[in-house]
Structure formats: structure tokens, C-alpha cells
Ligand binder design. Structure first.
Ligand code: GLN
Length: 470
């Protein structure tokens, strides 16, 4: 059995039956990394020693006949925006090229406590700004199914590490689609949890009212196991809450699937549309019912998202002043040090967003842009509430297009922003959503996005398992 064929539960059965040790299992993952990394570049930093230490602890547990923990012996990669104590954390920015994380993020602590083997930090668009990993300051990641194409982003390295079996699971971060879209482009499962379900403490912030950490995995069950480990209240993040205790069980025959007509409108690639409709049909044939729903404010979601994203980013990124964090450039006065450090440390997209966000928040324009964008959020929230009166989940595409070629969208930022059209609405309203592999066009993967009411991730996982069976 190889890592490529195993689920978390199957791998742990193999460990318990002594088919292989945790160290042997990890070494196979590290061998795949060595073989594939020159072509993929999914990782920015590898941590084989950290991973081996954890694997040894798992092997000792097994030798003593102790019970395994939820993630004992499982090789896992972590997006480079999530702090792992003592390990370099760059957010793919020159600004943090030599920054060593002084502590563990809440989610890192949780996965370590669950016995995981952290094997490295994955590539991403700088500070999470992008949809292709082309904005990484350290070079892009390649899509494993076609080396000429992007893996999606910003958590592209995480998605590729899982899709190529370099690691079994990965922690990503999603502000406007950064887990779901690369999962879709790489043919794996990606969950963006409800806002507040997972603590953001120890995450390098992009836009604090939108950011959420979530799981990337090959199956809905693996994504579920990882989510269950990382969710929960953290005193260091006041927006986090304890998981609700009531769980809604649902079978296929009861499932009411809402089809938002805005998710199938102009701009959707016809091949992507066919695959997504095909997946939805499978649910219908198995007994689920379909109902059309309307989300009229989705029309304004992308515009509102980019006002809010850039505004919050401009404020969050003010901390990188060349004094407190990361890159420092000497100059003859303090202002010069700020300008030179930020000028040298940030890439083009980051500078663009800082300028846009600062403008949107400026005294004369605050009401016209930022406040108006916040109002769109309220309208969108009402749209989703209405839709969930008629449907248990909503289904549509994750991305309007197939994985595109390198360079295809880098010259025109708007063309890159448009990719996020179906993913940003849930971030604006805090809802959970999952991207599930729905099929392919040629060899290019297509993702089905499933959206559910707040704190009903369990429903998303059961829908994911239903689709895998179908
Ligand atoms: N592509 C989106 C953006 O550039 C999403 C980023 C994210 O989710 N981190 O903002």
C-alpha cells in the first residue's frame, strides 16, 4: 500500500497492524517529495526532522499498545501563512523571507496534539493575494496534471502537496476562495469552515473579517477528520466559538439542493458547466430534490469583496514597517526606512492592494466604498437566509473556468479577480462551503461547490461522502 492509495483511517489501520511503521510511512512521503518537488515546487520550507520526531512518538505509542490519536502518523503540510514554532514562515513574501515563527498557531498546536507529522510549509500567493500562486515571491507551484497550468491559489502549494501525494492532508487558509479554488483545480476536497469555527490566532492575516483556516484532503472523510481536530473555541481569538452540539443527520431522499441561478450565468465555461450539472444530476437521480434559488446580491459580491479585502489588508499589512517584523532597510531617517523596507519587501500585487485599500478607507471615500461594501454584505446575508428556507444546501461550480495557463491572467489584475466570482460570497457572509471533485474536462479537474448554513460542516461532509459513493 502506498500513501497515494490510503485514507487517514486506512493508514492508521496499517500502522496498528504493523504493516508499516509511522517512520516508514513518512519516509515514503519524503521520498515522493524528493522525486516530485523539482517539478512541482509545492513547498517553501521542508521540515523532515520535525516530522520524523512526531512519527517516532507515534511508533513508540504503537509499541506500548496505546491508542492512536486522530492524526497519529499522518504526514501533513501547512500553508506558509500559518505559524509553526521554530520554523520559517514567509507568507511567500520577501518581507518575511527570514522570519522564524516564535510560537505555534492555535491550529498548529491542535494538529500537533493530534499526533500529525508536519513535513513542511507550502507555497502560496504572497500574503494570500491571488488565485494561481503566480504571486509567490519565490516562484509559482505547478499543477500536477499539466505542468503548463496553474494549481490555483492562494493555497496552491497545499493543494498540490495533497494531490501529488507528497502529503496526505494540508492546512490551508481561505479569504475569498483560497482553499476551495486550488482544491478544484487539483481535483481534491477543500473545506472553508464557518467564520468563527476555527481560531485565526497565529495566522498571518490578510483580511480579518474573511480569513478562515480549513482542510485540504483527498476525501471528504479525511477533510472531516482534520476539521474536527482544528475547530473550537480559542481564548486568543474572540471570534471563535465552541462547536454546536446538535448535529443534523440527513439522507439523500430528504436532501433539498438549491441551485442559485446566478452561479450558472454568463461567464461560466460551458465545459465546467456540463461537469457540474452532471454531478448535481447524480444527486437528483439518487433521490435528492432540486429547487431553483435566487441570490440577487451576488452580482455585487466581487466588487464588495475587493473593497473589503484591500481595506483590511492595507490595515493589517501596516505592521510590516521594517522595524517590528522581517525585512529592514537602513535609511537616513525613519520615513525613509519605512519606505525602503516596504518598497523592497512587498511584491506588486501587495502594493496594489495596499494602495487600493488605503484609498477606500480614506476620509473622503470611506462612506462611498467601505461602508457601501459592508451594506452589500448585509444584503447578501439576507439572500442566503432566504435560499436556506427552501434548500438544505446550495450547489454550483467552485470556479467559472478550468485551470488556466501560466501568464494567462497575470497582466490584467481584473481578469485574475474575476476567477473568485463564485467563492467570495460565502466569505462575505461567513458561511461554510466545500469544493468536491466533480469530474474532469480532458484531464483537467472540475470542482463542485456545496454551501450550507453556518456551523453545519457535518452536512457538507455527508454530501461529499454521498458524491464519492455516486
Ligand atoms: N483570490 C482571492 C484573492 O486574491 C482569494 C484569496 C484568499 O482566499 N486568500 O483575494
Amino acid at each position: 500500500m502506498t500513501i497515494a492509495e490510503l485514507s487517514i483511517e486506512k493508514a492508521q489501520e496499517g500502522l496498528l497492524s504493523k504493516e508499516f511503521s509511522a517512520l516508514e510511512f513518512l519516509e515514503e512521503a519524503l521520498r515522493i517529495v524528493e522525486e516530485k518537488e523539482p517539478n512541482l515546487h509545492a513547498f517553501l520550507t521542508l521540515t523532515p526532522e520535525l516530522a520524523k520526531e512526531a512519527a517516532k512518538v507515534t511508533d513508540e505509542k504503537i509499541a506500548k499498545g496505546q491508542k492512536l490519536l486522530a492524526l497519529s502518523g499522518i504526514p501533513c503540510s501547512v500553508k506558509d501563512a500559518i505559524l509553526v514554532q521554530g520554523v520559517r514562515c514567509t507568507a511567500a513574501s520577501r518581507m518575511l523571507e527570514n522570519y522564524i515563527a516564535p510560537y505555534d498557531a492555535f491550529v498548529t498546536k491542535k494538529i500537533k496534539e493530534a499526533g500529525v507529522s508536519i513535513m513542511g510549509k507550502t507555497n502560496m500567493d504572497e500574503f494570500g493575494m491571488g488565485a494561481s500562486t503566480e504571486n509567490s515571491s519565490f516562484g509559482p507551484t505547478t499543477n500536477p496534471v499539466d505542468p503548463k497550468r496553474v494549481p490555483g491559489g492562494s493555497s496552491g502549494g497545499s493543494a498540490v502537496s495533497v494531490a501529488s501525494s507528497e502529503s496526505m492532508i494540508s492546512l490551508g487558509e481561505d479569504t475569498g476562495g483560497s482553499i476551495r479554488q486550488p482544491a478544484s483545480f487539483c481535483g481534491i476536497v477543500g473545506l472553508k469552515p464557518t467564520y468563527g469555527a476555527v481560531s485565526r490566532a497565529g495566522i498571518i492575516s490578510l483580511a480579518s473579517s474573511l480569513d478562515q483556516v480549513g482542510s485540504l484532503a483527498k476525501s471528504a472523510r479525511d477533510a472531516e477528520i482534520l476539521f474536527q481536530v482544528i475547530q473550537g473555541k480559542d481564548p486568543k481569538d474572540a471570534t471563535s466559538i465552541s462547536p454546536p452540539t446538535t448535529r443534523k443527520k440527513m439522507n439523500m431522499k430528504e436532501l433539498r439542493i438549491g441551485i442559485p441561478k446566478e452561479y450558472f450565468a454568463k461567464g461560466l465555461d460551458t465545459d465546467v458547466k456540463k461537469v457540474v450539472e452532471g454531478a448535481i444530476q447524480k444527486f437528483e437521480q439518487a433521490g435528492a430534490s432540486l429547487v431553483e434559488v435566487e441570490l440577487p446580491s451576488v452580482e455585487y459580491a466581487l466588487a464588495a469583496y475587493y473593497v473589503i479585502n484591500t481595506s483590511e489588508a492595507s490595515s493589517n499589512l501596516a505592521r510590516y514597517d521594517g522595524v517590528r517584523y522581517g525585512l529592514h532597510q537602513e535609511a537616513s531617517n525613519l520615513l525613509g526606512e519605512y519606505l525602503d523596507s516596504r518598497g523592497a519587501g512587498f511584491g506588486k500585487e501587495v502594493k496594489r492592494r495596499i494602495m487600493l485599500g488605503t484609498y477606500a478607507l480614506s476620509a473622503g471615500y470611506y462612506d462611498a466604498y467601505y461602508v457601501k461594501a459592508q451594506k452589500v454584505r448585509s444584503l447578501l446575508k439576507q439572500d442566503f437566509e432566504r435560499a436556506f428556507l427552501k434548500a438544505d444546501v446550495l450547489m454550483g461550480p467552485t470556479s467559472p473556468v478550468l485551470p488556466f495557463r501560466f501568464g494567462e491572467r497575470t497582466k490584467d489584475p481584473l481578469a485574475m479577480y474575476l476567477i473568485d466570482i463564485y467563492t467570495v460570497p460565502v466569505n462575505l457572509v461567513g458561511l461554510p462551503a466545500i469544493s468536491l471533485p466533480a469530474g474532469t474536462v480532458g484531464n483537467l479537474p472540475v470542482g463542485l461547490q456545496v454551501i450550507s448554513p453556518a456551523f453545519s460542516e457535518d452536512l457538507l461532509f455527508s454530501v461529499g461522502k454521498m458524491l464519492e459513493k455516486l
